[in-house]
Design a protein. Structure first.
Length: 252
């Protein structure tokens, strides 16, 4: 599986986006884009050949092809995909991606963003650029199902969505699809932190933001970050942030 490096520090310059229809005139296409990246989201089964390596295409798969690469497509009939052709002007925020990936449950989100980009290209190219940029970040973040990054990403997504609610490690493990002990091992290996410490840190980080940037009442802030007991909230702020909620608010 070929790996590519993409730089995502700046939005892409989208040269074109649309719905590609192939396999009507013939079942084999060969082409390249000398100066542009190709992003495809597929709705069919076929094969793609790049640098003598064959990649299976299935519905919901997404591919990234670098500029100048010659690609061979072998279709099985009429085949439609969403595409975007673009330049990447940035140099930083580099991410390693594979030529072909199963987008999994991200496929509908990626598809919706690409359709927005397609509609935006004629009149609002900045919107098209923003939509393709968001897709590239999603593609760069696609984890391998069942891998450590995938499990930890699922756990973090659940935690961030439920910071205001009671959270236990078993709850988070169930949401990530693994056992309590397995999540604990993977989370520490991936992040260097325990699940409990991560939850505490994120709650206090959100609380600090609300104390400094909003006029929301302190009891409401405590409830919003899942620490409804004011005494416990005060202790947590003093221990983790070095001062009481009132002092932290005054420092803004």
């Amino acid at each position: 599986m070929r790996h590519l490096t993409i730089a995502l520090s700046e939005p892409p310059v989208v040269a074109g986006a649309g719905v590609g229809v192939h396999g009507v005139v013939g079942l084999h296409d060969v082409f390249r884009l000398p100066d542009l990246w190709q992003l495809h989201l597929y709705g069919y089964a076929a094969e793609l050949v790049l640098d003598n390596t064959t990649y299976a295409i299935k519905p919901g798969h997404v591919s990234l092809i670098p500029p100048g690469a010659e690609v061979h497509y072998h279709y099985r009939g009429r085949s439609e995909h969403l595409y975007a052709h673009f330049r990447l002007p940035g140099e930083d925020e580099r991410r390693t991606v594979t030529v072909m990936r199963d987008a999994g449950d991200q496929a509908p989100v990626i598809g919706a963003a690409l359709r927005q980009a397609i509609a935006a290209v004629p009149g609002t190219p900045a919107r098209a650029s923003a939509e393709v940029w968001s897709v590239l970040w999603r593609v760069a973040s696609l984890p391998v199902v069942g891998s450590r990054p995938a499990v930890v990403a699922a756990a973090i997504e659940y935690i961030e969505a439920n910071l205001a609610a009671p959270l236990t490690v078993p709850d988070v493990a169930r949401a990530a699809g693994v056992s309590h002990n397995h999540l604990t091992r993977l989370f520490r290996a991936q992040s260097g932190d325990t699940v409990v410490a991560y939850i505490r840190r994120r709650r206090l980080s959100r609380a600090l933001h609300l104390l400094r940037e909003s006029t929301l009442a302190i009891p409401a802030i405590a409830a919003a970050v899942g620490i409804a007991d004011l005494q416990a909230f005060n202790k947590a702020c003093r221990r983790e942030l070095g001062a009481s909620p009132r002092v932290l608010r005054a420092r803004r």
